[in-house]
Design a protein around this ligand. Structure first.
Ligand SMILES: [Ca+2]
Length: 326
């Protein structure tokens, strides 16, 4: 698989052989939300947040096989309990929201950003590109998701947001992210197993994308209408009221990159360790993802300093003691 083309050189880990885990009877996912509660914001420039219910789910794909671009970790599915409600951004952090952080903090943004070079026919680290001028889409709007943001940038953003609001903003853990993306679904994707049923829900490398970008792999055989990055919330929400969990821009999470789920936390905590790590997990696929990477359990990773025009972020928030937690 030409990883360097599909993900601009980001490692996806080794691809495991078919592995059916002896999980025993898989419990039905318990997630209470019959109807998503109303979103809320903590300030005018803050991301809109949605309450996620507590619940239990199977993280990973017990029946994973290499044709699904599954990593070994993904095939080592684990049962994870999200013990209490938390909040997650309704949409990916927008360029408007990120600009408020840059203007207020004076944060020093440093190039380059990995971007598709049409002349070279490959991704390259382009010093002319950055979050203000990502290159995708050609005319970026304020309601497009911010991209060309490293994990370190993402952490700086959530720390600024926490300081500004006095609230516990942070990146989601990988477990929280997959739980929220699934939104009660045990299928490969929030809308079901078939990628071709997802063009109402996810901005992927679709037939419209292939007319503009010749990435050399098969598109998802439907039309979502967006050749590259789409405005946030342009397509349909999942059952938890979240938009673009699959596709558009990939999203940094807190966890260190791992090639295994053996020994990982079985709750909402991120899997990190003393001394930190240089490589972090990226979730959700993006506008350049083919079908096999457009799945709730799909994992990618990148160096914490890397920026790419298909990677952004979504924020999480602890609800301890807040009215929204009830
Ligand atoms: Ca698309």
């Amino acid at each position: 698989m030409p990883t360097s083309v599909r993900s601009g050189g980001w490692s996806v880990g080794s691809i495991a052989a078919v592995a059916l885990l002896a999980l025993g009877p898989v419990p039905l996912l318990r997630a209470a939300a019959a109807e998503p509660p109303a979103p809320f914001r903590d300030c005018a420039e803050c991301p809109e947040m949605v309450r996620m219910p507590a619940g239990t789910f199977v993280m990973g794909t017990p029946t994973a096989d290499p044709h699904l671009a599954a990593t070994r970790a993904e095939s080592q599915a684990v049962i994870v309990s999200i013990g209490k409600p938390f909040a997650l951004g309704k949409v990916e952090v927008t360029r408007r929201e990120y600009r408020a952080f840059i203007n207020d903090s004076g944060y020093d943004v440093r190039a380059p950003c990995r971007s598709w070079d049409e002349a070279l026919g490959r991704f390259s680290d382009d010093r002319a590109r950055g979050w203000e001028n990502p290159g995708r889409p050609r005319e970026a709007r304020d309601d497009h998701p911010v991209a060309c943001v490293s994990w370190n940038d993402a952490i700086s953003y959530v720390q600024w947001l926490a300081h500004k609001t006095g609230k516990a903003y942070r990146l989601p853990s990988e477990a929280e992210w997959e739980y929220a993306a699934r939104a009660g679904s045990n299928a490969l994707r929030p809308w079901g197993d078939a990628a071709t049923d997802g063009c109402d829900f996810a901005n992927l490398y679709d037939l419209a994308s292939r007319e503009v970008y010749a990435f050399g792999f098969e598109p998802v055989r439907c039309r979502d209408g967006y050749p590259d990055v789409a405005p946030v919330g342009a397509l349909r929400a999942n059952a938890f009221g979240l938009y673009d969990m699959i596709g558009n821009v990939a999203e940094w999470v807190q966890d260190c990159a791992t090639d295994s789920y053996v020994g990982r936390p079985r709750d909402a905590r991120a899997w990190v360790w003393g001394g930190g790590c240089t490589r972090r997990v990226v979730r959700g696929g993006s506008w350049l993802s083919p079908a096999e990477r457009a799945r709730s359990a799909f994992r990618d990773s990148g160096e914490a300093t890397e920026r790419a025009d298909y990677v952004g972020l979504r924020v999480a928030l602890d609800l301890d003691g807040r009215a929204e937690a009830r």
